[in-house]
Design a protein. Structure first.
Length: 72
C-alpha cells in the first residue's frame, strides 16, 4: 500500500488518515451538541468540520484513483 503524508508531516496509511479525520469529526460533533456553545464558536467548529469532510473526501478519491491505477 502507498503511504501518504500525514497532517503532522509523517507518513501513515491512507485508511489511517481517513480514520483520524473521522475521529476528529466525531469530536467536533460532540462539541457542537453542547447547548451552552456560543454561536461564534459553533460557526468555527462547523467550518472546521466542513474542511475535514472535504479532506476526507479528497483522500478517499485519491486512494480510489491509485487503486484503479495499480496492476492487478
Amino acid at each position: 500500500m502507498t503511504d501518504t503524508a500525514a497532517p503532522g508531516g509523517g507518513a501513515e496509511e491512507p485508511a489511517d488518515s481517513v480514520h483520524a479525520l473521522a475521529e476528529r469529526l466525531r469530536g467536533l460533533a460532540e462539541q457542537l451538541r453542547d447547548p451552552e456553545l456560543p454561536d461564534e464558536r459553533a460557526a468555527e467548529l462547523a467550518r472546521e468540520a466542513a474542511e475535514l469532510v472535504s479532506q476526507a473526501g479528497n483522500e478517499i478519491d485519491r486512494n480510489l484513483r491509485q487503486g484503479e491505477a495499480e496492476p492487478r
